[in-house]
Write a protein of this length. Structure first.
Length: 118
């Protein structure tokens, strides 16, 4: 499956942004989905994940309470709503998919840049 992340941009600290991840050629409802991010000079970090049904979600400690992952299988899209953004959230955000709800991430999108200005 080919994943396409979008929605990144420049936002002021305290602001909000919503990222989207869509797929071409396959239904995302068959995939567990997640978001990761990588800041300059840092390792890739887990942000959030959601099971195929959308019934369970998981978050990295640094974004709990501020970010929300969701999915609309009818629109074949997964979202990451980011609120109360901080300068530390500046990174390239990647969506990822896997053919199960847990385990290894198999598919990666190209990334979208989020820049939070303080």
């Amino acid at each position: 499956v080919q994943l396409q992340a979008s929605g990144g941009g420049l936002v002021q600290a305290g602001g909000s942004l919503r990222l989207s991840c869509s797929a071409s050629g396959r239904s995302l409802s068959s995939y567990g989905m997640g978001w990761f991010r990588q800041a300059p000079g840092k390792e890739r970090e887990f942000v959030a994940s959601i099971t195929r049904s959308g019934g369970s979600t998981y978050y990295g400690d640094s974004v709990k309470g501020r970010f929300t992952i969701s999915r609309d299988n009818a629109k074949n899209t997964v979202y990451l709503q980011m609120n109360s953004l901080e300068s530390e959230d500046t990174a390239v955000y990647y969506c990822a998919g896997r053919r199960s709800d847990y385990g290894r991430w198999e598919y990666w999108g190209q990334g979208t840049l989020v820049t939070v200005s303080s």
